[in-house]
Each structure stands twice: as structure tokens, then as C-alpha cells.
Design a protein around this ligand. Structure first.
Ligand code: 1GP
Length: 249
């Protein structure tokens, strides 16, 4: 089954959890990634995303995705920080545009360079609007974003609606990896009420409470990355994934 259809089908039953693995070798080695992939699948995460803003080496990216595929049967979706984030070993790629960047390279330039590579890799492109909200973390700096202020939910909603009208399949609200405060519920609520396409929320969620707050506000898919990097993945991730699986609207 195509990954976007898998996402749509699963969303009919409830919200989803995606685990983000950063292939940066400074953060984790392949042995750790192998064990994390199987633990995350056992805990009930719905897909593994692979990507990061810095330190992406294509041979390491290949090995990371190969290792994940060997150790779990979940779809692996690339979450590229640039054209170096593409490998044919994955199932799909979030073909994303950082709509609120100041630099056209991150809106459409990298996509022009990446499109033929995605085609020849034979992986499924899933069109996604990527919106960086304050504070925005590393991706905001690298992607030359004009982060949407936290007190301007209407601006985030306008970007998200434009993404839907441009034909994108998903909207991702990004607070920035490892930031102190996840995206405020007011922003999630306002964006969700403006669009009909699924809403992904990530950045700074480290607890089950933070996850439940985002789901209550209307998030359809929760992404956690930093929490997956914990030394005890099972202990850290169990309550987070449980909060998604037990959530009732
Ligand atoms: C980063 O939104 C993701 O792109 C995940 O953020 O690392 O803070 O979980 P965390």
C-alpha cells in the first residue's frame, strides 16, 4: 500500500505517532538505531521518519534506513533537510516546502534539484507544507525561516490554507527539534479549523501531557525525535506513544 493511503486509512481510526530518527552519526550509531526501531514498533508508533537539518552523509543515511527496515516493518519516510536527505532505501519522502522561508531555495529550489532524484529512486513523494513556528530551533536558522510568531495563530492558518489550496497533502507545524516549549494549543486549534488536510505537529514534545495537549487542540499526527534519542527509549517513549493510542476525541 502507498504510504499516503496508509496514513489516511489509519487516521480514520484515530491520531498517529511518528518517530523521528536523525541519521547524524554524532547522535547515535547503527546498533542503537536497530534496537530503537524494533522498540518503537513494539510500542505502537505508526511510521519512522528519517532526517535532520545538519550532518547528513548519504552513505550513513542509506545504512540508517537499511538498518531500520531490517529491524521493523513500519513505513520509513524521509524528512529531508536538503537534497542530501534522499535515499532509494526508504518507502516515501515528505516532499516538503518550507513555505515561510525567506530564501526561495528552501521553498522551491531544493525541490527542483531533488525531484529527479526522487523519481529515479522510485520512492513515493508526499507533498507537505512545512511551517516553522517560533522559536523554530536549528531548522529555522538553517532554513532561513521567518518563524511565525506564537501570538499570531491566524498567520499560521493562512499559510496552512494556502498549502491546501496549492494541492499539498499534509501540513507540518514545526516548533524546532528539542525546543523548550512545544507549539501552543491555540495555534494548532486555529490551523486545524482552517484546513481539511491532516495536520502534523512536532518539536519540543517530551511528555505524554504535551502530546495530549496537542491532540486536544486538533493535531492528527504527533512527531517526536529528541525523546526517541533517550538512552532508555522504551521508558521514555512508552507513555508518549500510549498518549496517542489512548486518545479519544
Ligand atoms: C523535529 O518536530 C521534530 O523536526 C521533532 O522534534 O526532536 O523536539 O521531538 P523533537
Amino acid at each position: 500500500m502507498k504510504v499516503l493511503s496508509y496514513i489516511h486509512e489509519k487516521l480514520e481510526k484515530g491520531p498517529l505517532h511518528f518517530s523521528l530518527i536523525d541519521p547524524d552519526p554524532v547522535k547515535q550509531n547503527l546498533e542503537a538505531i536497530a534496537s530503537k526501531a524494533s522498540i518503537l514498533e513494539k510500542l505502537g508508533t505508526d511510521a519512522i521518519m528519517v532526517g535532520g537539518s545538519t550532518n547528513i552523509v548519504s552513505s550513513i543515511l542509506d545504512d540508517t534506513v537499511k538498518t531500520i527496515k531490517k529491524n521493523c516493518s513500519l513505513p520509513v519516510i524521509l524528512f529531508p533537510g536538503n537534497i542530501s536527505g534522499i535515499t532509494k532505501k526508504a518507502d516515501a519522502i515528505f516532499f516538503m516546502s518550507l513555505l515561510n522561508s525567506r530564501n526561495p531555495y528552501w521553498i522551491v529550489g531544493a525541490q527542483v534539484l531533488g525531484a529527479p532524484i526522487v523519481k529515479s529512486a522510485g520512492i513515493e513523494p508526499i507533498s507537505m507544507a512545512y511551517l516553522v513556528i517560533e522559536p523554530g530551533g536549528t531548522v529555522s536558522f538553517v532554513g532561513d525561516a521567518k518563524p511565525i510568531p506564537r501570538n499570531k495563530p491566524g498567520l499560521a492558518a493562512a499559510y496552512a490554507l494556502a498549502a491546501q489550496y496549492l494541492g499539498m497533502s499534509l501540513v507540518y507545524l514545526e516548533a524546532g527539534s528539542g525546543v523548550k516549549e512545544p507549539i501552543q494549543p491555540e495555534i494548532i486549534k486555529t490551523v486545524k479549523s482552517a484546513i481539511d488536510i491532516p495536520l502534523i505537529v512536532g518539536g519540543g514534545m517530551k511528555t505524554a501531557d504535551a502530546v495530549t495537549t496537542a491532540l486536544d487542540a486538533g493535531a492528527d499526527i504527533i512527531v517526536t525525535g529528541t525523546a526517541c534519542e533517550s538512552g532508555d527509549t522504551e521508558k521514555t517513549m512508552r507513555p508518549i506513544i500510549r498518549a496517542v493510542k489512548d486518545f479519544k476525541r
